[in-house]
Design a protein around this ligand. Structure first.
Ligand SMILES: Cc1cc2nc3c(=O)[nH]c(=O)nc-3n(C[C@H](O)[C@H](O)[C@H](O)COP(=O)(O)OP(=O)(O)OC[C@H]3O[C@@H](n4cnc5c(N)ncnc54)[C@H](O)[C@@H]3O)c2cc1C
Length: 350
């Protein structure tokens, strides 16, 4: 008997399936095998974001859970997936420098900030007219190798099916069924495609398209992640990834000249030397963002055998490990879900 049928092998479905399997559940995960947002994502984890340098909600809780899970997976698969690397936040205005200065002096932020530098302190070829901030506890997840290791693991467990899941193939009564599988629950983790899910499309998703470039260059760069409104990740001495655009209007996965040019233009502002870099890959996909910027987790209000684990927006790498563990606690032990992410907030007003 299968306990959980999970639809979608992105980061959400994969990490939830992993957690459930670790706790002794029988799981089957279904995916169509096409490139997804998780594979395209840069996997960045950045605790302090935005122009005001505010600590992400719950980062003090989410980050240890993420690091713990990625290190457990690294031990299991004998390869590193989470690369911790400091981040240089290059200010784009005097007010950014001022805001960052306030955070730098706050005890709440000590664990995440290393140094702040005033204008014109040079860092190699980078242009820093308003100064910069050095952050710690930042890094990125190698999502593609992680997902392919997990896929191989699920296949070896006889827990993976490649299929285009059609919602009409689900039988709810007398017992839940899909094809030859009679699961106790189905958990939907289809990323932005959840907007087409007949049981959960009422949730206010706000998908956002993003484009990313991989470049080769011959320039000396610091071995640090750069954040200048956009971000740059040094993959090795001559290869970088830069991203990402935010486009709410064109919800398709086509790469565009405009996306590419916007990313290259922003890059040339922090280092004209990088204008000579060669584009070797250009990717696009869609983030499963939500109207209130909180995940969508929980059981369907009428059909309790159907559940959703989705809506991780632009922060899947940071948020999914903690939520995966807590949703598993809720499913297996009836532990309460946090109010902020529970989909109950949309069908039961206090
Ligand atoms: C350009 C870009 C940059 C990003 N950068 C970052 C970043 O730096 N840091 C970060 O944390 N996050 C980042 N994200 C966001 C990140 O991708 C998401 O938070 C996370 O990966 C979402 O995972 P998911 O499993 O919910 O969705 P997905 O990865 O999209 O997975 C959903 C899966 O379900 C499958 N599926 C859907 N419907 C069906 C069906 N009917 N039948 C079979 N299979 C189906 C899909 O094929 C897919 O494999 C970025 C996203 C983009 C697009």
């Amino acid at each position: 008997m299968i306990d959980y049928l999970i639809i979608g092998q992105g980061l959400a479905g994969s990490l939830l399936a992993w957690e459930l399997i670790q706790r002794g559940c029988k799981v089957v995960i279904v995916d169509n095998g096409r490139e997804n947002a998780s594979q395209v994502a840069a996997g960045l984890i950045n605790p302090i974001t935005g122009m005001r340098f505010v600590k992400s909600a719950d980062v003090d809780t989410f980050l240890p859970a993420a690091k713990q899970l990625y290190s457990q997976l690294a031990d299991f698969f004998q390869q590193e997936f989470y690369i911790e690397k400091p981040m240089l936040r290059i200010f784009r205005s005097e007010s950014e420098l001022k805001n960052a200065g306030k955070r730098f002096n706050s005890p709440d932020y000590q664990a995440y900030l290393t140094d702040i530098q005033p204008p014109d302190k040079n860092i190699g070829i980078l242009v820093t007219p308003f100064g910069f901030l050095e952050q710690k506890q930042t890094g990125y997840l190698l999502t593609r190798p992680l997902l392919s290791c997990l896929k191989a693991f699920f296949i070896a467990q006889n827990s993976y099916r490649q299929a285009d899941f059609d919602y009409r193939d689900i039988q709810l009564q007398p017992s839940l069924r899909w094809q030859d599988i009679y699961p106790k629950h189905i958990i939907f983790c289809e990323g932005y495609k959840a907007t087409q899910n007949p049981w959960f499309s009422w949730l206010p998703f706000q998908p956002v398209k993003g484009e990313i470039l991989t470049l080769e260059h011959q320039t000396e760069l610091p071995d640090k992640i750069l954040n200048y409104g956009n971000w740059l990740i040094p993959l090795n001495d001559h290869r970088i990834r830069i991203g990402a655009t935010f486009d709410r209007g064109n919800l398709n996965i086509q790469t565009t000249e405009r996306g590419k040019n916007d990313l290259l233009h922003a890059l040339s502002q922090i280092s004209p030397d990088l204008s000579d870099a060669t584009v070797i890959n250009h990717q696009a996909n869609i983030r499963p963002c939500t109207q209130d910027r909180q995940p969508f987790i929980g059981l369907h209000p009428q059909h309790k055998q159907l559940a959703i684990f989705n809506g991780f927006g632009a922060k899947g790498s940071l948020q999914i490990p903690w939520h995966g563990r807590h949703f598993t606690d809720a499913l297996l032990n009836g532990a309460p879900l946090s109010q902020a992410c529970n989909i109950q907030r949309y069908y039961e007003k206090p």
